[in-house]
Design a protein around this ligand. Structure first.
Ligand code: 4AD
Ligand code: MG
Length: 431
């Protein structure tokens, strides 16, 4: 008989089914075992009675270690009280692979222990819910980009130069004395691709040698980076809010159960509404000072400042017009005020901080050359990038959305490390 996935059980009530999975949990009384079977698609309660199996078998089933792989045969019953609305009355139990004593118990473990057992921790209910939400976010992005006519262009991972400052580069030996760097962002390559295909995006791993141990920093994270030719800062902000709104909608629509497993306050996500608030860096600084949080114009916003600004709004807030001195070399300067860059950061609600960074790119060859010198970058490394300003330069822009930070906010998780299958951080490369 073909196996039924737990997810498909509601359509199989009344039928005999074969389930294959792992023993997630067990409660026992004198005459019954309640086995929780997980198969990746869901968790179902399975009932084993002493009457059906006899004393010996019943005892043995009570001793199957957690996380053993098992096959169960039984009849699916609709039951409103059962989690998932279905339970299965079992007539046959077969152990496919008997587990050793499982290191993760249902009690609390410290984060270090769990991270060292990430390969097993992934099996737990919350982690499964998180991975499903992550998958939904990525699919929502790809679907929406496709619907909007953007072409997916994969950016290289090995790069000859830095995009986001030289202090967070991972260096790799690259044959004969040459050095390569793991990419910090696909942006520069997306700019080239936008001049070829108009509207493009990439979605892939990016790397930052971040020496900071915060709840928002990974050394390897996934970034979604759209880039548009013939676009200014407003176009970038419009796309950013529409993409975020679509992502929130899709997660609310398709991952409701997973949000419940994570005990996420769904009202907070429902409160996210278009259009998102837009506030200039200038105005944000003024308001912070008015509210007694002193902040000097010119500095970058830190996590506490971002938390204050985001607390003013239920939707993500787009802070634009940062001082150019705190932003990357490629940012277009405001023509009215050269101290200001035409960049935007999107700050998530509830203090989750920056989830998107982007803006309009410098499209003037002379200004860009000047900026490369100011930032002490090698002109030679950027020859190809400068070519884009030599051959049909146009206003263009885009942004980078951090996938894990976005998932972290949507799922209401404390630390980004749980929002990627196998986190890489300062002091964490295993497993
Ligand atoms: O603001 P960032 O550094 O912008 C760029 O890299 C641009 N080149 C993107 C572009 O315009 N195409 O990074 C973009 C986003 C951040 O807002 C944040 O969500 C995420 O990437 N991010 C990180 N996420 C986890 N760990 C880190 N160390 C991150 N650094 C950035
Ligand atoms: Mg940024």
């Amino acid at each position: 008989m073909a196996r039924t996935r737990v997810r498909d059980l509601p359509a199989a009530t009344g039928n005999e089914v074969v389930l294959q999975g792992w023993l997630y949990n067990r409660r026992s009384s004198k005459k019954m075992h309640f086995l929780q079977l997980r198969d990746g698609s869901g968790i179902v309660q399975c009932i084993v009675t002493k009457d059906d199996f006899g004393d010996d078998e019943f005892l043995k089933i009570g001793q199957i270690p957690y996380e053993s792989a098992i096959q169960l045969t039984g009849t699916a019953h609709g039951d409103d009280r059962a989690p998932g609305g279905v339970e299965v009355h079992i007539s046959g139990v077969e152990v496919i692979s008997r587990s050793e004593e499982y290191p993760i118990s249902k009690q609390d473990h410290g984060p270090d222990f769990l991270l060292s057992h990430r390969h097993l921790w992934l099996r737990s209910r919350k982690q499964v819910a998180l991975m499903r939400i992550r998958d939904e976010v990525i699919r929502a992005i790809r679907d929406s980009m496709h619907d909007r006519g953007f072409t997916c262009i994969d950016a290289p991972i090995f790069t000859p130069s830095s995009c986001e400052g030289t202090s967070t580069l991972f260096e790799v030996d690259y044959f004969d004395e040459e050095k390569a760097f793991l990419t910090q962002s696909g942006q520069l390559y997306m700019e080239a691709a936008a001049m070829a295909l108009g509207d493009v995006y990439c979605l892939g791993p990016t790397f930052r040698a971040e020496k900071s141990k915060t709840r928002r920093h990974l050394t390897e994270f996934w970034m979604f980076e759209p880039e548009m030719a013939f676009a200014d800062l407003d176009d970038v902000m419009n796309l950013a809010e529409q993409m975020l709104s679509t992502i929130v909608e899709r997660v609310l629509q398709n991952r409701r159960e997973d949000l419940e497993v994570l005990e996420r306050d769904i009202e907070k996500l429902k409160a996210v509404q278009l259009p998102f608030p837009r506030i200039s860096y200038d105005d944000a600084v003024k308001r912070m000072n008015e509210e007694g949080h002193s902040f000097e114009w010119g500095g970058d916003l830190g996590a506490p400042d971002e938390a204050i600004i985001s607390s003013w709004f239920p939707s993500p807030v787009m802070v634009h017009g940062y001082p150019e001195a705190v932003k990357a070399f490629y940012m277009k300067r405001d023509l009215d005020d050269p101290r200001v860059a035409r960049g935007v950061d999107v700050l998530a609600p509830e203090g989750y901080g920056e989830i998107i960074g982007g803006g309009q790119r410098e499209d003037d060859l002379e200004v860009l050359l000047e900026r490369i010198q100011q930032h002490q970058l090698s002109e030679e490394d950027f020859r190809w990038y400068l070519d884009l300003r030599r051959f049909g330069s146009v206003p263009h822009g885009g942004f980078g959305l951090g996938v894990e930070r976005t998932v972290c906010w949507l799922a209401g998780i404390e630390h980004v490390r749980e929002c990627i299958p196998f986190p890489r951080m300062l002091y964490r490369l295993y497993p």
